[in-house]
Write a protein that binds this ligand. Structure first.
Ligand code: 9MG
Length: 263
């Protein structure tokens, strides 16, 4: 999943893709580089970000989505706003990626009667405050049981489980130690019973490990993506699609050699 931020303040490529043409160019490049999904987001959810109005978010996302109609890959829209969810589905989005796990009033109703995929992410708190000393007794068990419960609630509300992908939400109400613990035991989240999506690309936890700023975290992001895939993640949400594709190709080629030869 290639990240297409259309926010002026996104943490790693802030301001570069606010122009429609630049956004489209970037999306097409990610598709050529091998992205299977493009995820368009108009609200920055980086730690400390202030919320924006639903209107601003729509004005940022919808023109890009419209211009990408007919793209050869499914388009995901990263939003927690029910009005944008509805509008995006009308404009042909195939997936809604909600970092708040469809908890907003009317979010479930906005997606229920379509056949879109849902990315159900764990976040403790809100972006503006979520990094103020998050505490867990056991981050893996707590994130995993929250995701399982949320999927049960969505299923009870009438959403087929085949539509749901779960995501532990790296950096969303988790400190660096929590993020390392989650990545180390990522496979345990498969117990939720839904496909797993992981987004660690360029995140501050990688900066904490390497001492590098966001724009120099490519190698760290590739390492983290491969750890996630080795642990069972089916989708990785990344900024650097071509490099991630190459890394995955090497991993897959080696995996094929690990499988027992047919008799
Ligand atoms: C929008 N966004 C930023 N980080 C993310 C992550 O880790 N997962 C998902 N699903 N969305 C994210």
């Amino acid at each position: 999943m290639g990240v297409l931020n259309v926010t002026p303040d996104s943490f790693s490529d802030g301001g570069r893709f606010v122009q429609l043409d630049a956004a489209l160019l970037h999306a097409r490049q990610m598709i050529d580089d091998g992205a299977d999904i493009i995820d368009i987001g108009g609200e920055s959810t980086r730690p400390g970000a202030t919320p924006i109005s639903p209107e601003t978010e729509m004005q940022r996302v919808l023109p890009v989505l419209r211009a990408l109609q007919g793209a050869r890959v499914p388009i995901s829209v990263d939003t927690s706003q029910p009005a944008l969810m509805r509008a995006a589905l009308e404009e042909g989005a195939s997936i809604i990626n909600d970092v708040r796990g469809f908890r907003a009033n009317q979010a479930v109703e906005a997606v229920r009667d379509s056949d879109c995929g849902l990315v159900v992410m764990h976040m403790r708190g809100e972006p503006a405050t979520m990094q103020r000393q998050p505490v867990y007794d056991d981050v893996i068990a707590e994130v995993s049981s929250w995701l399982a419960r949320r999927c049960d609630e969505l299923a009870l509300a009438g959403i087929a489980r085949e539509r749901m992908v779960v995501d532990p939400g790296f950096g969303f109400g988790k400190n660096h130690e929590h993020n390392r613990q989650l990545l180390a035991s990522i496979g345990k989240l498969l117990s939720v019973g839904q496909p797993l999506l992981v987004g660690v690309s360029r995140k501050s936890t990688l900066g904490e490990i390497t001492g590098k700023p966001a724009e120099q975290r490519l190698s760290a992001s590739l390492a983290a993506a491969l750890i996630a895939i080795e642990g069972g993640a089916r989708i990785v949400r990344v900024h650097d699609v071509g490099a991630t594709r190459d890394a995955i190709a090497v991993w897959e080629a080696v995996q094929a050699e690990r499988r027992p030869a047919p008799r």
